[in-house]
Unconditional design. Structure first.
Length: 133
């Protein structure tokens, strides 16, 4: 299935570069409630995949993960923490500013299959977010 292929790709990335690709998991009562995949490369820590359960969101487990990931990035001597794009979301702006961030613009590339693009753009318009190009 598509999900198992994606999970396998993530697992392989982490196995091949355990010091550059880290998967952080927050647990409650032994059950995972929040997880995050992080890349470390050339003095920059970049958050990539993040997910959480309702229980994890209610207990703010994601914030605990961010605290641990940021502490790890500092211990590695990284000067940059890349939160990723916010697509014009004021909620994400406020969240990131709460950590004392500053905005940096840089070029990035997103590949979308042609059939998916209209649905993706509609999703962002419905949420009131900028779509870029």
């Amino acid at each position: 299935s598509r999900r198992s292929r994606r999970n396998e790709a993530v697992r392989r990335m982490q196995e091949r570069s355990p010091e550059q690709v880290r998967i952080w998991v927050a647990r409650q009562a032994g059950r995972p409630v929040s997880a995050e995949m992080v890349f470390h490369f050339h003095g920059t820590t970049t958050t990539w995949l993040k997910c959480g359960t309702e229980e994890g969101r209610a207990s703010r487990a994601g914030f605990l993960l961010y605290k641990a990931v940021i502490a790890d990035a500092c211990a590695r001597g990284h000067a940059t923490f890349n939160w990723g794009a916010n697509r014009g979301s004021p909620v994400l702006d406020r969240f990131k500013e709460g950590f004392g961030t500053s905005t940096r613009s840089y070029w990035s590339c997103l590949y979308e299959a042609g059939w998916f693009r209209p649905w993706h753009r509609l999703f962002y318009r419905v949420r009131g977010l900028r779509t870029g190009v």
